[in-house]
Write a protein that binds this ligand. Structure first.
Ligand SMILES: [Zn+2]
Length: 396
């Protein structure tokens, strides 16, 4: 990368991520990887690289808050950077040495040895005794749960991920141990735990609206069907997967907003974030849009995430798709942008570091050729990407 320690972006419309509407075009000065000032600069400092922002729009770097890309970082990272994704929360690496891979890639980015988005990563998924994915830790009881959380904390993961097949006592033991160690836990709502129990246990984020449709169906029979299918699924996956998906589809089709209201109030009150990954909900997507709209109105906090790296979610591209779907669901373009910028930083407890364009923040930025507040699809019109104050070279 070209190593200009001082970068000046001139005459640019700044959409700073705080929610404030942009003022007249101005300058953004970056020194040593951080934003030194936002405001007119009469003479560029000596040796500064100058980026002409005339007619352009500057937004904070985007975060994809649900990815699976670390085992394929060589392929995925250039795509993410080119798409303006300067940060990711990686949710699992499907490999026997998943922990080692996550820690290595995260550290390579931190040390500047690898060009890529900054990485927030879990280690292996914590799942039940017969885990869904390779590379998970099989957790069958509370002592194993506590031991696993302690081990992962010791190894330096940023959070732990809980999954579908965790038994109840193991799940609640993970929650208690994670709380004791101040380690966030996030992920799916396990089959045998309700979304409300997850929220009250301190689960920091819920992915793919898991547990939500099941909790909000008007069809009293769905729950029983679902539990039967899921119990079977835990043992013989392929045979009952269809039944299970059919039951979840039924729950989504019979979604009742009034039944959901108290649950969403708990999410809002307990600050449980939702990462709906609308771009991957497939047949559940129509109901997904409805519930996301209802979540927004109820003050539930939303994150943009995509399952990037999984089949059907192209790293980088899918984040822009997710922003479009969030707008389609009922967020305004500013709110959609914030779900991938300020909200991501806030979720991570790093509002003073990332997520907005303000003095002192890390200079992860995206320069756009068109205004994303007019049309969210304009986040795809990328003129330049800046990571830690340096312009990412475009493809040769
Ligand atoms: Zn995922």
């Amino acid at each position: 990368m070209l190593a200009a320690a001082v970068l000046l972006i001139t005459n640019v419309t700044v959409i700073d991520g705080t929610g404030a509407m942009p003022g007249p075009p101005t300058s953004v000065l970056i020194r040593n990887g951080r934003i030194a000032s936002v405001g007119e600069v009469r003479t560029p400092p000596r040796g500064a690289e100058v980026l002409d922002g005339e007619g352009k729009f500057l937004i904070p770097g985007l975060w994809d808050m649900h990815t699976h890309v670390l085992s394929d970082a060589d392929q995925a990272f250039p795509k993410l950077l080119a798409a303006g994704v300067t940060g990711i929360r990686n949710m699992h690496v499907e490999a026997a040495d998943s922990l080692a891979i996550a820690l290595r890639v995260r550290s390579e980015v931190e040390q500047g040895m690898r060009a890529g988005p900054r990485v927030v990563a879990n280690g292996p998924i914590l799942d039940g005794p017969n885990p869904v994915f390779a590379g998970s830790i099989a957790v069958g009881d509370a002592p194993t749960a506590r031991r696993s959380v302690r081990l992962l904390k010791q190894r330096g993961v940023d959070f732990v991920k809980v999954y579908d097949l965790l038994p109840r006592d193991a799940y609640f033991a993970i929650a208690a141990e994670a709380r004791r160690l101040h380690l966030p836990f996030a992920g799916h709502v396990p089959i045998w735990v309700t979304a409300e129990e997850a929220a009250r246990s301190g689960q920091r984020s819920i992915e793919h609206l898991s547990g939500v449709f099941e909790a909000c169906t008007a069809d009293g029979k769905v729950d029983g069907e679902l539990k039967r299918a899921m119990n079977l699924w835990a043992i013989t996956r392929t045979i009952s997967a269809q039944q299970m998906h059919a039951a979840v589809r039924k729950a989504a089709a019979t979604y009742d907003a009034s039944i959901c209201e108290p649950l969403l109030a708990v999410f809002a009150a307990k600050r449980v974030w939702q990462c709906p990954t609308l771009c991957m909900l497939g047949e559940l997507q129509k109901a997904g849009m409805t519930v996301v709209r209802q979540m927004k109105d109820a003050g539930v906090m939303l994150l943009a995430g995509t399952d990037a790296g999984n089949k059907g979610s192209e790293p980088g591209d899918s984040l822009h798709r997710e922003l479009e779907l969030l707008v389609e669901a009922g967020l305004n373009p500013m709110e959609a942008l914030q779900s991938a910028t300020r909200n991501a930083a806030s979720y991570l407890g790093k509002e003073k570091e990332w997520g907005t364009i303000e003095k002192g923040r890390v200079a992860d930025l995206v320069l756009l050729d068109a205004n994303p507040l007019e049309d969210i699809r304009h986040t795809r019109r990328i003129a330049a990407v800046v990571v830690r104050g340096r312009v990412v070279p475009s493809h040769p």
